[in-house]
Every structure is written in structure tokens, then in C-alpha cells.
Design a protein around this ligand. Sequence first.
Ligand code: LLP
Length: 430
Amino acid sequence: MDYDQVEIRDGRLVFDGCDVTVLARQYGTPLMLLSETVVRGKCAQIKRQFLERYADTRAAYAGKAFLTIGLCRILDEEGFGLDVVSGGELYTAIKAGFPAERIEFNGNNKTRAELEMAAGYGVGRIIVDQPDEIELIAEVYRTAGKRANILLRVNPAVTDTDTHAYIATGHRDSKFGIPLDEEVFWPVVEKALATEEVDLLGFHFHVGSQLFDPRSHLSALDTVLELVLAMRERYGVVIRELNVGGGIGVRYLKADRPPGFAEFLDPVMERIDAFAEQNSLRRPTVVIEPGRSVVAEAGMTLYTVGHVKRIPEGSVFVSVDGGMTDNIRPALYQAEYQAIIANKADLPTQEKVVLCGRCCESGDILIHELDIPEPSPGDIIAVFSTGAYCYAMASNYNKLLLPAVLLLKQGQAKVMVQRQSYDDLIRLEV
Ligand code: LLP
């Protein structure tokens, strides 16, 4: 098998040293596995290929991809920062004791209560996403008797982001970021410079997700670096920090060849370094916000086959015990995944099936064309690369229960998140 930490032993699939068929039996399915070895391996790659090669750089993991207290602790140990977008993500970080100064707060509609929480905890950065947001931040920080470090998330109006429209975010007509039109953008800058309670450190952009090359980042930089110059010319202000967002693509299918971190980020750094040199500016600190590229390949989801339905001259539908409730990505973005039968891992594939979930939706298809050995009820299906935006986007549709999440490390498995119970499901009902 050519996924990280995946091997076949005695015909069974082994992930990070654990026989997944044993885990499925012991903990039940659907079950999400997260390999700590892979997560730490990705962190190490980011350090080796980016943080240690370029001075004045930071990485803030984007918690929206997947966030638990346990993962916060791992990222803290790895020296990473954390990008949160809600009170809930921030609460998780606080409960984990994640260092406040390494937290960045993003989002296009942070509430007053969330900003109060951020001010109270002392988060390191607030990313201003909307033209009229500074007033609210200033009010909250004034009351807290504190000052906020802010970056302005700009909308660089890139047009050529090579990803699904739902996960492209840097185009002009987007809900994210401050538009760069003269009459909108510069008044926001002036407001920031004139507001006592905020310290404007620099700019932020995020152009999209699951990108295989940095071309959108480079075209965003063309625009944003102009702003850096204009800041110096107009106000004599030197931009100290530039956050280029996340977006680095990962491997879902065997044939996917995502870029390495250096391959993706070197051109970005070259562009920024060259700009700083040409203009005799000190290069700003460069921050990245990788989410998917840290956790996607560390994840695997296990399901049990319930029924195999063969439609004469039609498809073979293999129904499993989870679906769009634990992985909405195929239904929402036509995302494609690779899977195998974990207990028949060394048998040759012999038929094409439709892997479908159990929700009352025809669109609840996990994989439209999956080549597997002959499937039977009770087989354990393992879907690869489900660490990002699967559990994080899970729902209780049809009152299905959220799966348990196990953290694996070299043959050891421990529960990271318990499986939901029926009592959990109705706990909030009055
Ligand atoms: N920073 C900001 C401001 C973002 O909006 C995002 C993702 C990231 C960082 C992390 O991007 P990543 O490195 O994970 O690509 N649910 C979608 C993805 C939505 C991404 C939203 N923003 C999916 O399942 O494909």
C-alpha cells in the first residue's frame, strides 16, 4: 500500500502499526482513526521544509480541518500555532491549555461574545475579515483594557484558483476578506491606524483549499505586495507580518501527486524575499495556516458492510454503516476517495461497486466507482485520507451517531473522542 503508515499483514490492513480489523471489532464502526505518527510527520516536514529554512516564519494549524483537545496538545508540543474561527474552536484550545499568544482568530462574522473570549484569553492575533469589524474589536478590547494585534484579511481577487468552487475563497465576489477598491480598503487601513486599541501588524489572505500548485498564492502576492509598498508610501508604515493562509493539497487517490511543502512554499518565499530586497524592506514575518495538509492523510474511516445489492444490468450497491453524516465531502464537493476491504487487503480487486452510506438521500454516496474484491456483509471497509473536514463537518442527520475517534501510534490505540450515544443525541431536548 502506498499511503503513509499503511501496510498489509496476513491479508489485513494495518495502519500506524494497528490491525484495523481488530480495532473495528473492539470499538465498533463507523470508526475514525487518526495516526499521531502521520500528524507529527507532517509537522516535521513543515518544520524541515519551511520553518527551519526561512527565518521569521510561523505555522498556525487551521483547526477547522479537525480539532480536539488531544490534537491541540500534539500541535502545542510541535511548537505550532493555531488558527481558530469560532468560540467553540477557541474553547477547545483553551481547555487544552494551548498558549494564547500562538492563537489566531479568523472568520467573517466573529461575535462580540467570541471577541470577548479572545480578548480575555489573550489570543495572539485577530484577523479582521470585514470592512466594518475594527469598531467592534476596539470596543471589546477597550473594555478589556487590552490591545489587539490585528491583520487585515484582504480579498486579492484572484481568478484562477484551481479547485472546487465551494472551496475557492480568493475571488472578488466572495464573503471573505476586505475588498481592495480604493474607497473601501484605504478607509479601513486609516481606521486601523487611528484606533488606539489595535496594532496593525500586516495583511492576511487565503485563496482556496486542496491546491496542487502555488499559482493563486503568487497572483495574490502580486496584489498584496503592492499594498505593502503603498502602506510605506502613504503612511510610512512598514508591514511586519504577512499571512498567506492555507490551501496546500493532499493525496486522496493513489494517483494524486500533491506538492511537498517546500515545492509549494519555496516560490512563495522567493517572491516575498525578492520583493523585500528590491524595495529595501525588511521581509515581514510570513505565516502559513495549513489545515488539510496536516491531518487529511493521517485519517482513516472504517465502516462495516451491511448489504450488497446487485441490480441486474445495473450497479452493485455496497451499503455501509456511516456515510454523509461522517463524510459529507463527496456529496458536497464531489470529492473522491480511495478505499479497500480491510479484511481482504491482499485479494485482487474483481468488481466495481458503488460504496453508499445509510442516510435517506440518493446523494449519500461515498465512492461512485470502487474496485474491490467480492464484498460480503460484515466486511470492514477502510476509506483513506479522511482526517480533514470529515469528522469536523459531521452531522447527526437521520439521528445517526457521530463515530468514535481513535488516536493511533505505532501499534497503540487510544480513544480520542468517544462514540456518541442515543442519550447524547437527545440531551439538549426539553
Ligand atoms: N486559513 C483560512 C483563513 C481558511 O479559510 C482555511 C480553510 C485554511 C486556512 C485552511 O486551509 P487548508 O490548508 O485546510 O486547505 N470544507 C472544505 C474546505 C474548506 C476550507 C475552508 N478554509 C473541504 O472539505 O474541502
